[in-house]
Ligand binder design. Structure first.
Ligand code: FES
Length: 72
């Protein structure tokens, strides 16, 4: 069982659940509030707080509802 789960929110961010570090393209770490059990990463591209989701996806017409293959 993985210690990190990344959950795709319908028409919203990628929610990362588990203990992770997040670095920028220069290798510097973003500060993550250790009290939070999950963080939401923007995948719509319009957040004013990238790479984090700030809820702006609700204002646009971003749509993403990919489904994983069923287990049958
Ligand atoms: S996914 Fe929420 S602001 Fe982009």
């Amino acid at each position: 069982m993985p210690s990190v789960n990344i959950r795709c929110r319908e028409n919203g961010p990628l929610v990362v659940e588990g203990e992770v570090t997040l670095t920028d393209h220069q290798g510097n770490r973003f500060v993550i509030d250790a009290s939070k059990r999950a963080l939401a990463l923007c995948r719509c591209g319009i957040s004013n707080n990238k790479p984090f989701c700030d809820g702006e996806h609700r204002c646009g017409d971003f749509q993403a509802a990919e489904l994983a293959p069923s287990k049958s």
